[in-house]
Design a protein around this ligand. Structure first.
Ligand code: PBG
Length: 316
């Protein structure tokens, strides 16, 4: 099955592929599910966003559905970190549990290793202290398959290794998951705006930074080439991240690719609005609406935002 068939398969995907202007139906809500958590925990800098337990995740989704959200991007945070294994039961129970409770939602799974590994990097660390691309891709594809087997509706690779989209498509197809689309974090920069997220996902690198695999913010040509590459490898959706600081790239990427292009208004971007509002420097909702209008003006097809659950009320 090819991209054109796969993306027609559900009303959720047809919404993301709609190339008319951004509206609340095209918002995706991130969620963090943490293994072994008893009570949900707040996240510094991001009011209204939590590290959820299994049961609090259900309550949150139930309330989000009432607010008109039906697409989610799930971040899984396992308790035991490992550089070789996956705690299979956690992923299976988390994902299949959610889909059993809420069969009608569309559940995207962020696919990365930074919450899994002992060192917090997004890939496999070799004995030479470097991230090994091929071994990383192999392990990431096994994780993508585990997600699909557990009931994930879509795979969202965020690691930025080379070749991961093609490898995920292969492993999904050869196991019969032709229908599972790939939303690639295709143009993803190394950024200072991921701070609150890393606290939430237990994913800060233990040493060094992500500059050998994430894009350099000064490198415009590679930023565009990365999205072109992911289209060629078989992605169904492309994405820019951080959204606001990449807004100049919407137009050139749309000119050179032929897939729906979304953006991720990341944790630091969201938290900056929260912090300004908390200090009386702006009105939170008006600040959010202003940024969403910028995404709409730029021509993106869908938006991942921590305030997705407010979009129907604020931004129809
Ligand atoms: C995992 C991942 C990150 C984000 C999404 N997936 C962090 C990172 O790359 O360090 C950031 C999201 C956000 O800040 O809201 N690789």
């Amino acid at each position: 099955m090819n991209h054109l068939r796969r993306t027609k398969n559900s009303s959720h995907l047809r919404e993301l592929s709609d190339s008319s202007s951004l509206n609340s139906k095209k918002f995706i809500q991130p969620l963090f599910i943490v293994e072994g958590l008893k009570e949900r925990e707040s996240i510094g800098g991001m009011s209204g966003v939590f590290r959820e337990s299994q049961s609090s995740t259900y309550k949150q989704i139930e309330s989000d559905l009432k607010e008109g959200v039906n697409q989610f991007l799930l971040f899984t945070v396992p308790k035991k970190k490992s550089d070789t294994e996956f705690s299979g039961n956690f992923y299976h129970d988390a994902i299949s549990g959610i889909k059993k409770e809420f069969p009608d939602i569309f559940l995207w799974l962020d696919t990365c290793l930074c919450s899994v590994t002992t060192h917090g990097h997004c890939g496999h660390l070799g004995s030479d202290g470097k991230i090994h691309n091929e071994k990383s891709v192999k392990r990431l594809s096994n994780l993508a398959l585990l997600f699909a087997q557990s009931g994930a509706d879509g795979i969202a690779p965020s690691d930025m290794m080379d070749g991961r989209v093609g490898s995920h498509r292969n492993i999904l197809d050869s196991n019969g998951f032709y229908n599972v689309p790939i939303m690639s974090y295709s143009t993803k920069f190394k950024s200072n705006f991921y701070g609150p997220f890393r606290d939430a996902a237990e994913s800060a690198p233990g040493f060094g930074d992500r500059s050998t695999y994430q894009l350099d913010v000064r490198d415009r040509e590679s930023a565009i080439a990365a999205s072109i590459r992911d289209e060629k490898e078989g992605a169904d959706y492309l994405m820019l991240k951080p959204g606001m600081t990449s807004i100049d790239l919407v137009h050139p990427i749309k000119e050179k690719t032929n897939l729906p292009l979304g953006a991720y208004q990341v944790s630091g971007e969201y938290a900056s609005i929260e912090l300004l509002a908390a200090n009386g420097f702006l009105k939170r909702e008006e600040g959010l609406i202003e940024t969403w209008n910028v995404f709409r003006r730029a021509g993106i097809s869908f938006l991942i935002s921590y305030a997705a659950r407010e979009a129907k009320r604020l931004f129809s």
